[in-house]
Design a protein around this ligand. Structure first.
Ligand SMILES: Cc1cc2nc3c(=O)[nH]c(=O)nc-3n(C[C@H](O)[C@H](O)[C@H](O)COP(=O)(O)OP(=O)(O)OC[C@H]3O[C@@H](n4cnc5c(N)ncnc54)[C@H](O)[C@@H]3O)c2cc1C
Length: 673
């Protein structure tokens, strides 16, 4: 940025340019990696955000949105200079509407401030990162943050209804779960500020539960505690929170913030909610499972203040560790929940190989591990060992079907690790999505997706069923030609004026209709997209597994692509996609918490086959029957909006897959004109 004068004139707000001031905007909670920005703008209105981004777009200058700077992966440091937009002063709670159970907030609102405001009206906002006293809701959205309560309630994306954003070209946009067309709102959530600046957020709020009880259970080993977690999840109990800590963590916390924790090898904090009767029943079952796994000391928090103290201890883990050393590496990865015991073993082996001793802290119910390593970052040899151990841990999570980031994001720190988790084709698609939305690469550049030239990727694609293979072959045969591919499920939702032609009759109820994996312990299922909702539910429900899928005719793939009900998004963990050029891409998987890369599976909801062919879906199962409306209006065909058009270019540059959507729209426009 050389032309600060023109930035001042365009923006008109408070701009910091002194070196000492800028130093504060060049770091976040991760070990230092950034460089000084040229300026930091302390914005106070959406219009100011729009003016700055507009100026950056005109001058092709990078910008980085910043909330509270608590990110642990270098997400908000300006690695390419440019302008930092601090959103901390855009911090009004605009509306709390208990009738519609929604709150509208600006991005700089601190998470706990919203919780406090909601408690006054008997409500809460479910996502509660351990940093909730300091982090902003804008940062939570950009990171798709999780927290202890997310086991029962889901992560941030499950609680956002709509977003307003200033897009990288300086235009304003609003996206919601109700939009016809691909779910661009979901693409923005967890995109780490690389696709625009969120300026307003509509979130779901929830009535406070009738009763909450917190059980403190001490175990003779962390392995025994993990076994208890796995059995609790597999038994169909859905606690409000299920957190694990090892002795090292307990001692560190107690030394800094006495919280009443026993001196045990391992501790589980288990919280349940519901009616007094249901809480009693759940606790009884949990106590039995604890005892079966060697727990000799299980006690209930006696009242709210004791409960708060236990949670404050847990939330202070990072601060307690920070007293012990110059640096802390907060490792963050997740595995399918039933893989926790194995993950623990492999974490310990990796740590042992590199001579380090992590303090272990898990959002255990979600399979989300945080080995925290205190070290001295001024010592290169020690730093290298910590890094090497962290990398081995991440590779192990991926090998177990997990992810390199459960909740802290990729930022700069984990760019290399993306190549272990994603195939080259999948990373390429993410790069094309980024370029389509931000062609000049000015929105938080250098984050989330590794540059192609720097990071060769080697992960091979997963296996395909025979039925899927033959479909892929048919699409590949056509890939070299200009031939159109028409995609349909059973055809129940096709528009009447769909052009006839070279139809590929795919995703019919057979043969792409297998349940590829039903993981009872982990509560996930991977199914082929041609399965009918009736067959899917017919297989799952007798076993006590539920999915938020309405009982409508057609195929699951067709339903996801046409999105008759926004609630579908809650069940989606991953997808395998076939693109019109014949390449196969995979996103998400069996981890219930996963923030590595863009959320392309949810983007596909409502895309009407215009972006990609859904081959497989991984679903989150619940032991509780979800509420699905009886009456659902037929979904509307999307008008091809400007951002959908750009995404179409990223997925299907030659416009060969279901191009009718554009044609129908063009005809409508011509008629209107
Ligand atoms: C002690 C401690 C405990 C933590 N515990 C948890 C936890 O339990 N769960 C969890 O998920 N995380 C946790 N974190 C990580 C961090 O707090 C979260 O990622 C949080 O969501 C970041 O919010 P923030 O306001 O600090 O955002 P920042 O750190 O300022 O920014 C994070 C990212 O979001 C982008 N961004 C910020 N605001 C916007 C916006 N308005 N529009 C677009 N992009 C934006 C930034 O560019 C950056 O990429 C913890 C961190 C610490 C230090």
């Amino acid at each position: 940025v050389t032309d600060l004068g023109s930035l001042r004139a365009a923006y008109g707000g408070e701009l910091l340019t002194g070196e000492a001031d800028l130093a504060a905007y060049s770091v976040d909670a991760a070990p230092p990696i950034g460089r000084l920005p040229r300026a930091a703008a302390l914005v106070r209105s959406v219009d100011e955000v729009r003016r700055i981004v507009g100026w950056c777009a005109a001058k092709k200058v990078p910008f980085v949105a910043r909330g509270a700077g608590t990110n642990l992966s270098g997400g908000c440091v300006p690695v390419r200079g440019g302008v930092v937009l601090s959103l901390a002063r855009l911090d009004r709670i605009l509306e709390v509407d208990t009738e519609n159970e929604i709150a509208v907030v600006e991005p700089g609102v601190i998470n706990i401030r919203l919780q406090e405001a909601l408690a006054k009206v008997g409500r809460f906002y479910a996502p509660d990162p351990a940093s909730y006293r300091i982090c902003t809701l804008g940062g939570n959205v950009a990171e798709n943050a999780g927290g202890p309560r997310c086991l029962r309630y889901g992560v941030t994306t499950d609680h956002v209804r709509a977003l307003e954003a200033v897009m990288p070209d300086g235009s304003m946009a609003r996206f919601s779960t109700e939009d016809a067309g691909p779910e661009i709102m979901s693409l923005l959530i967890g995109s780490e500020g690389t696709l625009g600046v969120v300026t307003k957020i509509w979130v779901d709020i929830v009535p406070l539960p009738e009763t909450i009880s917190t059980l403190l259970a001490a175990f003779p080993s962390l392995e025994a505690a993990m076994a208890c977690v796995a059995e609790t999840i597999a038994s169909g109990i859905l606690p409000r929170a299920l957190e694990a800590m090892d002795r090292e963590t307990l001692r560190t916390i107690e030394a800094a913030f006495p919280s009443g924790y026993p001196d045990a090898e391992a501790l589980l904090l288990i919280e349940v909610e519901g009616s007094p009767h249901s809480v009693e029943t759940q606790l009884e079952r949990i106590r039995t499972l604890c005892a079966r796994n060697g727990c000799a000391d299980a006690r209930l928090a006696l009242d709210d203040s004791e409960r708060d103290k236990l949670w404050e201890g847990r939330r202070s883990a990072y601060a307690s560790m920070a007293r012990k050393s110059t640096s802390i590496s907060v490792e963050d990865g997740a595995v399918p929940r039933d893989k926790l015991p194995e993950a623990l073993k492999r974490v310990r082996e990796a740590a042992g190989r590199h001579g380090i001793k992590p303090a272990l802290l898990f959002h255990a119910g979600d399979g989300n591990l945080h080995p925290n390593i205190a070290y001295d970052s001024r010592d290169p040899e020690q730093t290298a060992r910590v890094k090497a151990a962290g990398q081995e841990m991440m590779k192990a999570y991926v090998e177990m079907g997990g992810t390199v980031s459960g909740e802290h994001g990729i930022g700069v720190e984990k760019l290399g690790a993306m190549c272990w988790q994603f195939t080259p084709e999948s990373l390429d698609l993410m790069r094309r999505v980024k370029t389509a939305m931000d062609p000049d690469a000015i929105a938080n550049p250098g984050k989330l997706i590794p540059e192609k030239r720097d990071r060769p990727c080697a992960r091979p694609p997963g296996r395909l069923s025979e039925a899927a293979r033959s479909l892929v072959d048919r699409v590949r045969e056509k890939a070299g030609s200009a031939e159109t591919i028409w995609l349909r499920g059973t055809g129940t939702k096709l528009p009447k004026d769909q052009a006839p032609g070279n139809e590929v009759e795919m995703l019919t109820a057979r043969p792409l209709a297998g349940i590829l994996d039903l993981d009872r312990g982990n509560y996930t299922a991977t199914v082929e997209a041609g399965i009918s909702p009736q067959e899917l539910k017919g297989r799952l429900e007798p076993e006590g597994f539920y999915v938020p899928v309405p009982l409508l005719p057609g195929t699951l793939g067709g339903m996801l692509a046409s999105k008759p009900w926004p609630g579908l998004r809650r069940g989606i963990l991953g997808m395998k996609l076939l693109l019109s050029d014949g390449s196969i891409t995979e996103f998400g998987g069996k981890s219930v918490k996963n923030v590595a890369g863009y959320d392309l599976p949810r983007l596909l909801l409502g895309s009407w086959g215009t972006l990609a062919i859904i081959l497989e879906v991984t679903l989150k199962l619940s032991p509780v029957r979800p509420q699905i409306p009886n009456e659902l209006a037929a979904p509307a065909f999307p008008a091809l909006g400007p951002w959908h058009r750009r995404l179409k270019g990223a997925f299907d540059p030659e416009n060969r897959l279901n191009p009718w959507r554009g044609q129908v729209r063009a005809r409508e426009e011509a008629r209107g004109a």
